[in-house]
Design a protein around this ligand. Structure first.
Ligand code: C5P
Length: 228
């Protein structure tokens, strides 16, 4: 079944622990992105590991191959379950992280970010990419697939064309999911229904849960929808 990854974009110790503690009964996967990692460092990974939770470390590595490979080595020591790199960092970086994983015989899944869900066609043209958003996303997803990464991060909107091109077990992780009609900073929001019917493996959801006055209710509602 498609799983929920709860995105812990929180910088207050009391609040992050509270969200983990009240949701742990329902949630198996948590995402540690740059906000909690910069604030709490590896201690937040330890906190989740002590609760036997699965961890997606979302630091979106984007650097030269040697730096990314050396940083990946530290990630493997944490013994987490999934981390990501930007596919725009290219084939040499992909190769370097896969080699590092092979050396350490680590089982951590490594996935690639296609294009951020905050990007529109206009935004990518502004940074000098002269393809359409869709063409660039397919190009980057193919880069991940042919170089044998475990999967990609993509918008639920993109699953319609990506899933038929890149079949399971290639992992598709979809952030930018909205339950109500508030897009926040995403240009391309998706729904749970779309993610389920079009073949996502994971949905990543943060603010709709952590900013909700009743996080447990919304988590239960999401899990119910994921089962349908
Ligand atoms: O609060 P929200 O549900 O928008 O959180 C989405 C999370 O997913 C954020 O932590 C954001 O950094 C991450 N994200 C991502 N890749 C994208 C879009 C969002 O990892 N393309």
């Amino acid at each position: 079944m498609i799983e929920l990854i709860l995105s812990l974009d929180i910088d207050e110790e009391k609040k992050i622990k509270e969200i983990i503690n009240i949701t742990e009964k329902y949630v198996n996967w948590y995402k540690i992105g740059m906000i909690p990692f910069i604030k709490f460092g590896p201690s937040i990974i330890e906190y989740l590991k002590n609760k036997n939770k699965k961890i997606f470390l979302d630091l979106k590595f984007f650097d030269i191959p040697n730096t990314v490979a050396s940083a990946s080595k530290i990630v493997f020591e944490y013994n987490i379950d999934m981390f990501n790199i930007h596919l725009l960092s290219g084939e040499k970086v992909i190769e370097s992280v896969l080699n590092e994983r092979e050396k350490f015989k680590n089982k951590c899944s490594i996935i690639g970010v296609t294009l951020l869900t905050s990007f529109s066609d206009k935004d990518i043209n502004q940074i000098g990419i002269n393809k359409s958003l869709k063409e660039e996303i397919i190009f980057l997803a193919n880069l991940a697939y042919k170089n044998k990464l475990n999967g990609i991060v993509c918008s639920a909107n993109d699953l319609e064309f990506l899933r038929p091109m890149f079949p399971c077990p290639f992992i598709m992780v979809c952030p930018g999911i909205r339950i109500a009609e508030i897009p926040d900073d995403h240009q391309r929001v998706g729904s749970i229904k779309q993610s389920v019917s079009l073949g996502a493996d994971f949905v990543v959801i943060g603010r709709p849960i952590i900013n909700n006055p009743n996080p447990i209710n919304i988590v239960q509602e999401i899990i119910q929808q994921l089962k349908q």
